[in-house]
Design a protein around this ligand. Structure first.
Ligand code: 4AD
Ligand code: MG
Length: 423
C-alpha cells in the first residue's frame, strides 16, 4: 500500500491508511501504547491498543503503521492514528542522541544522526525554502541559471584563501566564487545567476565562517551599481517573505521572533563607508579610514536600522581587484556589503565591475595577478565590453539569520569548518 505523508493526514480523517517513519517517543499505559512517529514532513501520535507490545519501541526504530486517522484537537497536527497494524522495519538499539543535553562537539560528530532531530530538520526545511524562493525570484525576473566551474585555474577573491588541488600534475584550485565566469556568461545571456558550492581556506573560527558554503551569484550586463542594489533588496525581501509564508511551523519550532523578519521590506537604507565611520565614532568604536569593518562594527551599525542596511563606497584598497572605482572619487569603489540585522553581519557582497580594459590591466598588476592567467577575463573587456554588476549572497548566513541561529554550522547538512571534515 502507498504511504501517506504525515503532513497530509488532516485531509484524511476517517480513512484507513499507511504511514512510514521513525519512532521519536514511546510510552505505555497498560495495554495502550502511544507511539510518536515522524516521517520528515511532520509528527503524529499513533495509539496502539495491543497486549503484545512488551518491549518499548526504541527511539529511531523505523516502522510502518497502518490505521485509521482520527480527529484529535489536543495534538498540534489535529489528528492521530488509531493503529491496526504495526510492523518494525529497522531496529534502533541504543540510539546515541538522547533527550539529555549533548555538547556541540558530540552533536557535530553525530551529525549524520543529529539531522533527524526536530530543530535540525526544521532548519534544513527553511534552507530548502530559501533556495526555492531565491531561485524562483530570479527565474521569474528573467535571469538564466548558468553554472561556473568548481575547479579553477586562479583566484576570484584573494589568493590567501585558495584550496589547492593537484590537477593531473598541474596546480588548480577549488572555486572561491563563480563571479569571473558569471561575467562571461552575462555577456552571452544578459542576466544570469549561479548557485553552487564555493570554498575558502579561511583560518577563521567565527560563527559566520565555513570553508565550504553555497553562494547565489547573479550577474547583470548593462546594470550599474544603484540598480544592482535594487535587485539585491528585492531578492532579499522576496526570500524572507517567502520563508515566513512557507516555514511558519518550522520557525515556531526554532522559537524565532518573527517581527524583525516581517520588517524586511525594500528599499533598504544605504550608508557610505564614510558615514559608517562617523556613526561608529559616536558609538565609541572608532575605525581609521582605510581599515575594514569587523564583526562588532557591523553589528553596531546594523542595530541602528530596523531592516538590512547597505554599506557602500568602501576604500578601493580594501576590496577585490575587479571592482569599479567611483568615477568622481577613485579612492572608493562602487561596491556594497549588505548587513543583516541582529548581529548577523554581511550576508551579501557585490559591486559594479571594471569594464575598461586598461584600468582592469592596471588593477591586475597592482594586485600582482598574472595577465596570462586572466587573459580570458580581459577578453571580456576587449570584445563588446559594457558596464555590469553582480553580487554574491552567502546562503548559510542568510539561513542563520532567518532561522535565528547562533552559528552557521547548523545551516548546512554537513558543515565544513576549520577543524571538522567529518562525518
Ligand atoms: O563578499 P564575498 O567574498 O564576495 C564574492 O565572493 C564576490 N565574488 C561575489 C560576487 O560579487 N559574485 O562573498 C559573498 C558572500 C558574503 O557576503 C557572505 O555572505 C558569504 O558569501 N561568505 C561566506 N559564508 C560562509 N562562510 C564563509 N567563509 C564566507 N565567505 C563569504
Ligand atoms: Mg565580502
Amino acid at each position: 500500500m502507498m504511504n501517506t505523508r504525515v503532513i497530509d493526514l488532516p485531509h484524511h480523517v476517517g480513512h484507513q491508511l499507511t504511514v512510514r517513519g521513525w519512532v521519536t517517543h514511546f510510552r505505555s499505559s497498560g495495554k495502550i501504547h502511544f507511539i510518536v512517529v515522524r516521517d520528515g514532513t511532520g509528527v503524529v501520535q499513533c495509539v496502539y491498543k495491543h497486549d503484545q507490545v512488551q518491549e518499548p519501541l526504541a527511539t529511531e526504530t523505523a516502522v510502518t503503521i497502518n490505521g485509521e486517522v482520527r480527529k484529535d484537537v489536543r495534538s498540534p497536527l489535529g489528528v492521530e492514528i488509531a493503529v491496526r497494524h504495526l510492523e518494525i522495519i529497522g531496529e534502533s538499539p541504543d540510539y546515541p542522541i538522547t533527550p539529555k543535553e549533548h555538547g556541540t562537539d558530540f552533536l557535530m560528530a553525530h551529525r549524520h544522526l543529529w539531522v533527524r532531530s526536530p530543530r535540525q530538520s526544521a532548519i534544513l526545511r527553511i534552507r530548502a525554502a530559501i533556495i526555492r524562493r531565491a531561485r524562483g525570484f530570479l527565474d521569474e525576473h528573467g535571469f538564466t541559471v548558468a553554472d561556473p566551474p568548481i575547479i579553477t585555474p586562479a583566484a576570484a577573491e584573494g589568493s590567501t584563501t585558495l584550496f589547492g588541488i593537484d590537477y593531473f600534475g598541474e596546480p588548480a584550485f577549488l572555486s572561491q566564487s563563480g563571479q569571473l565566469y558569471m561575467e562571461a556568461l552575462a555577456m552571452a545571456l544578459g542576466k544570469v545567476y549561479s548557485f553552487g558550492p564555493t570554498f575558502r581556506a579561511e583560518k577563521s573560527k567565527t560563527r559566520r565562517h565555513l570553508t565550504e558554503f553555497w553562494m547565489l551569484e547573479p550577474e547583470m550586463a548593462f546594470v550599474e551599481f544603484e540598480e544592482s542594489l535594487r535587485w539585491q533588496e528585492q531578492l532579499l525581501e522576496s526570500i524572507v517573505s517567502g520563508a515566513l509564508e512557507d516555514c511558519a511551523p518550522d520557525l515556531l519550532v526554532l522559537g524565532r521572533d518573527l517581527s524583525p523578519l516581517e520588517r524586511v521590506k525594500a528599499p533598504f537604507p544605504r550608508i557610505t563607508y564614510d558615514e559608517a565611520l562617523a556613526r561608529l565614532a559616536t558609538l565609541n568604536l572608532p575605525v581609521e579610514w582605510g581599515e575594514d569593518l569587523g564583526a562588532p562594527h557591523e553589528t553596531a551599525l546594523a542595530e541602528q536600522f530596523d531592516r538590512p542596511v547597505f554599506v557602500t563606497h568602501y576604500p578601493t584598497a580594501l576590496k577585490a581587484f575587479y571592482m569599479q572605482p567611483d568615477p568622481h572619487r577613485p579612492e572608493v569603489v562602487l561596491a556594497a556589503d549588505l548587513l543583516a540585522p541582529e548581529g548577523y553581519g554581511e550576508i551579501v557582497g557585490g559591486s559594479q565591475r571594471i569594464h575598461d580594459p586598461e584600468l582592469l590591466q592596471q588593477r591586475l598588476q597592482q594586485h600582482r595577478l598574472p595577465d596570462v592567467v586572466y587573459s580570458w577575463y580581459l577578453d571580456l573587456r576587449r570584445y563588446g565590453s559594457v558596464p555590469h554588476s553582480g553580487f554574491g549572497m552567502g546562503l548559510e548566513r542568510v539561513v542563520a539569520w532567518v532561522a535565528g541561529l547562533e552559528h552557521v554550522r547548523e545551516t548546512t547538512p554537513f558543515a565544513r569548518t576549520l577543524n571538522r571534515v567529518w562525518p
